[in-house]
Design a protein around this ligand. Structure first.
Ligand code: DGT
Ligand code: CA
Ligand code: CA
Ligand code: ZN
Length: 578
């Protein structure tokens, strides 16, 4: 019985109460408790037994009682009652963009909609459009939202798939007769979502290896099991399923197969064209000349070399100019180039640990600096800081810095960009910070003109250093704001404002194409984890992957620079405005 299960139970209580029409402060208390439970450093049952759980911020008396019930009986009475009263398919309707709890309750009570299929039916039949209490605009939004949800169905976020796949490939490496194994497919290319996991391995005994693979303990169902191929479903932490394909190839084909199964399909087509032009043949077995003689195949780099190409990093293999790049490929940023993290939260707003603990965690990652950027006053759900509290936070962080040895804490805030484009704090506070992340958190569905203008206004403020998660999208959950990204990129370039690659697995915002667009325009990028707890700092990896997919070099990223250079870069925009 893990903390994750507990957290999921509390999240579900919040969803069901929300649909039932419970007041939002109560619903939010359950969501806060859920987050706190998920981020606990130890097993909740142990912390409960020692009494330490009561001290954790976000865990009140009601939560404690329910955790106790769960530990003792495996159930929470409130959740059982709610489940009995409300159809199980309703919570997933909440994940559809445009469907808030009120609308979910409305379609359930008025039309008997009890899940996604039923929602699709009432849309198709026109019943939804006729429903009193739902405007034309809402109906259109729900339609678009459902289509978005259907498009995302079956794809798993990179941050969810990567740990599962990494663990599996380790297990494949330990299967008897396996010489080596690697992740291929979209996962190796670092795409933001994954259709299925592709594992390649080298072995002379295919059938035995496939047999061992499909029998691994993670397997929930075997889809296929053959001589050189196996395919299984494994369970995801959220309860869904993920397909994992294994292919077994001999040593002489490993490189060609690695290339083929890494893809993308479009990249492979380009490579095959190069081969055909020379009257050669390229497939997953190797590169062969017209007489059928093997030119390369064991080693991926050699295949590229024989085709007259440099090694192309997997993140670039999308047929976005990487095969024809005549002036060479950029030297891409690497995880080790990162010297700090410029966006994170503490218990001052909705994080789970203190600034000092965040700094210690950053020190363990070898960082030189971090910025503490708690939420501003309008983010009430996230316990944003009032003006008074923010002044005190600034003082506290300055004091903390005197104490810290290895990591410098930049005093920052994550300032809401309000619906009218003004910022949530006066310039006096922003000027007192070393760094300001400005983010859209509300009114994300404004029309293109309004929301673009709003972001441009924030970018024009001399104290805004970084635009946080610029589009506001949540992978598979929420569509991006309808921004004119070209205008945003141009304004960022002109003013010397950095655009964020938010590395949180739910966001990856900017996404790869926008990253490329920004980089090509000479915009400075910042790769930040937006961490709310120390383990999340490690999501930096996902942000770096996304940056690489946007052809980004180390010099394009603010937080690859030493601290004095970061300060200087921030000062330049501030000086220009004076
Ligand atoms: P996914 O799983 O949808 O996230 O995307 P991929 O790229 O992992 O696609 P997947 O799993 O269907 O296939 C893995 C790789 O195998 C793919 O990137 C390229 C190669 N591949 C699969 N089918 C074809 C094909 O019909 N033609 C070519 N050229 N390559 C293919
Ligand atoms: Ca795949
Ligand atoms: Ca596949
Ligand atoms: Zn944040």
């Amino acid at each position: 019985m893990g903390n994750k299960e507990l957290a999921a139970a509390f999240e579900r209580i919040a969803d069901l109460l929300d649909i039932q029409g419970e007041q939002s402060f109560r619903v939010n208390a359950y969501r806060r408790a859920s987050r706190a439970l998920k981020d606990l450093p130890q097993d909740a049952a142990d912390l409960l037994a020692s009494g330490a759980l009561a001290e954790v911020p976000g865990i009140g008396k009601g939560t404690l009682e329910k955790v106790e019930q769960f530990v003792k009986t495996g159930k929470i009475a409130l959740l059982e009652d709610l489940r009995a009263a409300i159809p199980g398919g309703l919570p997933e309707l909440l994940d559809i963009p445009g469907m808030g709890p009120k609308k979910v309750a409305l379609v359930w009570k008025e039309l008997g909609v009890d899940g996604i299929d039923a929602l699709r039916r009432v849309i198709d039949s026109g019943e939804l459009a006729k429903l009193k209490g739902l405007g034309e605009k809402s109906v259109a939004q729900i339609k678009a939202g459902l289509e978005f949800a259907e498009r995302s169905a079956g794809r798993t976020a990179l941050g969810v798939a990567l740990p599962i796949a990494t663990a599996l490939v380790e297990q494949v490496r330990r299967i008897r007769g396996v010489c080596r194994a690697d992740l291929a497919g979209s996962l190796r290319r670092g795409t933001e979502t994954i259709g299925d996991v592709d594992i390649l391995c080298e072995s002379a005994s295919g059938p035995k290896v496939v047999e061992a693979f499909v029998s691994l303990s993670a397997t929930k169902r075997v889809l296929a099991s053959g001589e050189t191929k196996g395919s299984v479903l494994v369970e995801k932490p959220d309860g869904g399923e993920l397909q994992v394909d294994l292919r077994v190839v001999p040593a002489e084909s490993y490189g060609a197969a690695y290339m083929y199964f890494t893809g993308s399909k479009e990249h492979n087509v380009r490579l095959r064209e190069l081969a055909i032009r020379r009257k050669w043949k390229l497939n997953e077995w190797g590169l062969f000349d017209a007489a059928g003689k093997r030119l390369a195949g064991a080693d991926e780099i050699d295949v590229y070399k024989r085709l007259g190409l440099p090694f192309i990093p997997p993140e670039l293999r999308e047929d976005r100019g990487e095969v024809s790049a005549t002036d060479g490929l950029p030297k891409l940023i690497e995880r080790d180039d990162i010297r700090g993290d410029l966006h994170m939260h503490t218990t001052a707003s909705d994080g789970t640990v203190s600034a000092e603990q965040m700094a210690e965690a950053a020190g363990r990652l070898g960082y030189e600096y971090i910025a503490i950027t708690d939420h501003s006053r309008s983010s009430t759900i996230a316990n944003g800081l009032s003006i008074d509290r923010m002044w005190r936070q600034i003082d506290r962080l300055r004091e903390l810095n005197k104490k810290l040895r290895h990591v410098t804490v930049l005093v920052g805030c994550e300032c809401d960009i309000l619906a009218d484009g003004t910022l949530d704090y006066p310039d006096s506070i922003l000027a007192a910070c070393d760094l300001v992340v400005a983010s859209l958190h509300s009114s994300l569905r404004q029309d293109r003109v309004a929301i673009t203008r709003r972001l441009l206004a924030a970018i024009d403020n001399p104290y805004v250093t970084i635009v946080g998660h610029p589009t506001g999208r949540l992978i598979n959950k929420r569509e991006p704001a309808d921004l004119d990204m070209e205008a945003v990129v141009a304004a960022a370039a002109r003013t010397g404002t950095a655009l964020e690659i938010n590395a949180a697995w739910q966001r990856l915002d900017l996404h790869d194409r926008h990253v490329r667009m920004a980089r090509d325009a000479g915009v400075m990028l910042a790769i930040d984890t937006d961490s709310h707890a120390p383990p999340q700092l490690e999501q930096m990896e996902l942000g770096v992957r996304t940056a690489r997919r946007g052809w980004v070099r180390a010099e394009d990223v603010l937080n690859t620079r030493p601290l004095p250079a970061v300060r200087k870069w921030i000062a330049r925009k501030r000086a220009k405005a004076r």
